[in-house]
Design a protein around this ligand. Structure first.
Ligand SMILES: [Zn+2]
Length: 168
């Protein structure tokens, strides 16, 4: 009995070599034009005058120092006055004359110091706003010399003189 051998046809083995894909295509980042630095924005509302920033810094420092000094003076004086006022209740009526005079002087000092504190705050405001150092009347720069002497002035020497003449 001859069993016919089933001949299995040999399958041609395809050694399909995967085509080496050209992996050359490295996704090179498309270089765009070099980033341009944006042009500086046209500074809006520049203060009309230029004050040396070092000078402003120096004056700001001085203003803050003075403000602190005055502030503690004022609060000390207020304390003194409060104490004096409380003392009055016990004081002999004969003493009131002298005390009243002292109080008046104290009030005046306090008034001057408070006014000065207000001026200092205004000057600090002007520094923040960038208008510091400009005369409020003629809008010209106040000299560095004058600013150092009177850090919270808002008038140039000329306008100040005119103002004094008008007041006289
Ligand atoms: Zn002026």
């Amino acid at each position: 009995m001859a069993t016919p051998k089933k001949k299995t046809p040999e399958k041609p083995e395809k050694k399909a070599e995967a085509p080496k894909a050209s992996s050359k295509a490295k996704a090179a980042p498309t270089k765009s034009a070099p980033a341009k630095t944006p042009p500086p924005p046209p500074a809006p509302e520049k203060p009309k005058i230029q004050i040396d920033p070092d000078l402003v810094e120096e004056i700001k420092h001085e203003l803050l120092r003075k403000k602190q000094e005055l502030g503690s003076n004022v609060s000390n004086e207020l304390d003194d006055m409060r104490e004096a006022a409380e003392g009055h209740h016990l004081a002999d009526m004969d003493d009131l004359g002298g005390d009243a005079h002292d109080e008046e002087t104290q009030y005046k000092i306090l008034e001057i110091e408070s006014a000065e504190l207000g001026q200092i705050d205004m000057a600090l405001d002007r520094i923040v706003q960038g208008t510091f150092g400009a005369c409020e009347v003629c809008e010209k720069a106040i000299s560095a010399e004058r600013l150092r002497a009177l850090p919270f002035t808002n008038l140039c020497i000329n306008c100040k003189r005119l103002q004094e003449q008008n007041e006289a």
